[in-house]
Write a protein that binds this ligand. Structure first.
Ligand code: ATP
Length: 248
């Protein structure tokens, strides 16, 4: 599965938001997007998932045009909330329930993934007893169960405290390796982008475009101590320069 985006342009009420984005994702890659607040990252995800239609440009998966077409990716939105009146299991099964696909088999599969997502024992609890990290893992489990190879994650750890966030990074990489998905990840954190990704795109302020593409050459599996390695810090410097220069 290869995602290719060419010359993508979009505006709201005549105001340009996306000036022209070109990017690609190869099968199995983990790619991050960093950009200033309001530059159009979530808009880009809405275009990829077919929730909105771009004014110009191409979006294709393995050469097939997917503009305006839904169902080709699993999307975890920034505020992918759990319903407080549903149990954790009911929440993670929401997708299959809506599309009326909920079979015993999907339920069994969901239950078998609870330990991997650190939620064992909480299947029949309500979300209010979960910690922030557990809530995000439940929302991620719901997204993974959607079973599309392309996974779009819009700042899934933005609201978590620093230590929980660190733990979630190693955990997410482990899940990504096991479940073999292709990930496009939005974040405001340079450290998070470097630690997780194979490649990083830096986006300009609105109207946005790609201003820098960097390959992350750190070996895998990633280890926390790599965050202070010269390679990591050098790349962080280049990304910081790109982000700060355009805000001057
Ligand atoms: N449906 C809409 N109608 C009009 N304007 C919109 C709509 N959706 C988004 N915008 C505007 O487009 C711009 C980009 O929004 P978007 O949410 O894509 O940015 P973002 O990069 O994801 O922001 P953040 O990093 O803060 O989450 C913003 O100025 C926003 O107000």
């Amino acid at each position: 599965m290869e995602l290719s985006i060419r010359n993508l342009q979009h505006s709201f009420g005549g105001e340009p938001v996306i000036k022209g984005i070109n990017l690609y994702l190869q099968k199995g890659e983990f790619v991050s997007l960093i950009g200033p607040s309001g530059c159009g990252k979530s808009t880009l995800f809405n275009l990829i998932t077919g929730l909105d239609i771009p004014h110009e440009g191409e979006i294709s998966l393995d050469g097939q045009n997917i503009i305006g077409k839904r169902g080709y990716s699993s999307y975890m939105m920034q505020k992918d909330l759990l319903f407080p009146w549903k149990t954790v299991l009911e929440n993670v099964l929401l997708g299959p329930m809506i599309t009326k696909q909920q079979t015993e088999q999907v339920k069994e599969e969901a239950l078998s993934l609870f330990p991997l997502f650190g939620l064992e024992g909480y299947e029949h609890s309500y979300p209010d007893v979960l910690s922030g990290g557990m809530k995000q893992r439940a929302a991620l489990l719901r997204t993974f169960l959607h079973k599309k190879e392309l996974l779009l994650l819009d700042e899934p750890f933005g609201a978590l405290d620093a230590l929980t966030r660190e733990k979630m990074h190693s955990w997410l990489l482990q899940i990504w390796r096991k479940m073999q998905r292709t990930v496009l990840f939005i974040t405001h954190s340079i450290d998070e982008a470097i630690f997780l990704s194979d490649r990083i795109y830096v986006l300009a302020p609105r109207p946005t475009e790609v201003i820098l593409e960097e390959k992350v050459t750190l070996s895998r599996p990633r280890k926390t101590e790599m965050k202070v390695s010269p390679e990591f810090l050098e790349l962080k410097g280049r990304l910081m320069n790109a982000l700060y220069e355009m805000n001057e």
